[in-house]
Design a binder for this molecule. Sequence first.
Ligand code: ATP
Length: 213
Amino acid sequence: MTVLKALYGGTFDPVHYGHLRPVEVLANLIGLSRVIVMPNNVPPHRPQPEATSAQRMHMLALAIADKPLFTLDERELKRPTPSYTSETLKAWRSEQGPAQPLAFIIGQDSLLNFPSWHDYASILDNAHLLVCRRPGYPLTMKDPAHQAWLDDHLTHSADDLHRLPAGKIYLAETPWFDISATLIRERLQRGEPCAEMMPASVLAYIEEQGLYR
Ligand code: ATP
């Protein structure tokens, strides 16, 4: 059987346990052996990350150093301009061929605003969506048309994700982590502890670089 491959995009400013732990559980639940983490270039009209691209990349490398499930992909960071997820997945699909099962991992908050993403419908032409729970975000969409889109693509079968190349949305029963990068940046600025929210190596690097002060 072909092995399902998954990409996980985000700003990771900084990476934290809310990014890593639900995905580790997800991988066990559905039998994922590899997750490719892909930090993004933030479009100029959106608030810019506080850490540089190199620092975000370095923090991710530290965070996954002892976790063979994860690998890093710099393709979006290395491009001179921000890339749309739809374009990245189109390119990945053409590299991997039409039969390879591919997936994109997001948190529940991202699913809720997913219909506002550029060319969102085409994302499911190229990949499945694997959604991790996140506390404080409902499991249903506000707009009935978006809920109908979700219902149309929903699957409860991990087999579908391995059998089909793309097109399914899987809401994984992953544990809740009430952590966000925003919360961490705010806590660090106030000098509050964050040791339980992220790997010690990442926190040590943040301190050494004087980030988020
Ligand atoms: P910020 O607070 O700066 O907006 P963030 O913590 O939400 O950042 P991102 O880098 O924007 O992190 O998120 C990357 C991906 O990780 C998104 O799909 C997001 O939904 C998911 N994610 C982030 N935090 C969690 C969490 N605590 N639980 C589940 N998913 C999460």
